[in-house]
Design a binder for this molecule. Structure first.
Ligand code: NAD
Ligand code: UDP
Length: 310
């Protein structure tokens, strides 16, 4: 197949592109390099099955493809809050452009949605049927509401125009190719520990997250995209739940670091708990995470050490 991956030079996108090429597909990677890096896809430049398009997804584009994976959107709170209006445009106009293209060329189209559609959840763990608790006027809303509207558009194009959609709700994912200045918690803590700097825990550190290793997530993407039973939304994430303080302690121990934990203010609307209910993914996709946090952290720490000479 010929497959378009938007955001293909980013953390998740570049792993997905690798996987799709390995499976024997042709891949077009569309990216504006806001948070993506050429380095993530450098090894593919020159491959006859790979094409790179520098393009901003808020502007329409035309390509002949069989499948579209829409990942273009900054994912770290630091990056998506840098220009919140642009983040909304990327999610909403990006979804419209992908869906319009999918309709025109009859491609199947996949949306990378997020556990952020559940906001600061008062149901725990979160099943797909939970409708969420999002503050529509807070600092996270540009991302959360943008992604919620994108889901709405996907389901309206599906109902109104018969567009063949798949929607995944991704829970916190980590691994090699995260940026050292990405701002998300796993990369922040690893880089701080390797540099011997203070580990910045926001708030009291009792808030929880469930961390999925990137290879497991990509397997879930491909399984969801290539089955005919369900559109989603489907949660993909690792249900192992940890407090942020537990994560900090794990990283310090693994790196054998002299770093000390310091506390900084908890950002507004930071969800207090998050854990996916993955019953649907288990039953419909036969998907299950295979890499636990210890193993995944070891691999990610090894990447940061070698890639950035830390
Ligand atoms: P990332 O920031 O590494 O990747 C996003 C990519 O999109 C980058 O390459 C960036 O340059 C590109 N991009 C951003 N705006 C664009 C625009 N206007 N036009 C074209 N390209 C643009 O983040 P990631 O972690 O790889 O996330 C990928 C997708 O998965 C995002 O849609 C994100 O919302 C979603 N997601 C990720 C996680 C996670 O834990 N990693 C969790 C939930 C959802
Ligand atoms: N966090 C932290 N220190 C950091 C970065 C993040 O304590 O240096 C916390 C953050 O407040 C949140 C959790 O870690 O409670 C996960 O943050 P991240 O930005 O990785 O993802 P998200 O909040 O979008 O799940």
């Amino acid at each position: 197949m010929r497959i378009l991956v938007t955001g293909g030079a980013g953390f998740l996108g570049s792993h997905l592109v690798d996987r799709l090429l390995k499976d024997g597909n042709e891949v077009i990677c569309l990216d504006n390099f806001f948070t993506g890096r050429k380095r993530n896809i450098r090894h593919l430049l020159g491959s006859p099955d790979f094409e790179l398009m520098r393009h901003d997804i808020i502007d329409p584009f035309k390509v002949e493809v069989d499948q579209i994976y829409n990942l273009a959107c900054p994912a770290s709170p630091v990056h998506y809050q840098f220009n919140p209006i642009k983040t909304v445009k990327t999610s909403v106009m990006g979804a419209i452009n992908c869906l319009g293209l999918a309709k025109r060329v009859r491609a199947r189209v996949f949306q990378a949605s997020t556990s952020e559609v559940y906001g600061d959840p008062d149901v725990h763990p979160q099943p797909e049927s939970y409708r969420g608790n999002v503050n529509p006027i807070g600092i996270r809303a540009c991302y959360d509401e943008g992604k919620r509207v994108a889901e709405t558009l996907f389901f309206d194009y599906h109902r109104e125009n018969g567009v063949d959609i798949r929607v995944v709700r991704i829970f916190n994912t980590y691994g090699p190719r995260m940026l050292p200045d990405d701002g998300r918690v796993v990369s922040n803590f690893i880089v701080q520990a390797l540099r011997g700097e203070d580990i910045t825990v926001y708030g009291n550190g009792e808030q929880t997250r469930s961390f999925c290793y990137v290879d497991d997530l990509i397997e879930g993407f491909v399984l969801l995209m290539n089955q005919d039973d369900i559109t989603g939304p489907v949660n993909i994430g690792n249900p192992g739940e940890f407090t942020i303080l537990e994560l900090a302690e794990k990283v310090i121990k693994k790196v054998d670091s002299k770093s000390k934990v310091i506390h900084k203010p908890l950002p507004a609307d930071d969800p207090l708990q998050r854990k996916p209910d993955i019953t649907l993914a288990r039953e419909k996709l036969g998907w299950e995470p295979t890499v636990d946090l210890d193993e995944g952290l070891d691999r990610t720490i090894a990447y940061f050490k070698s890639e950035f000479d830390l």
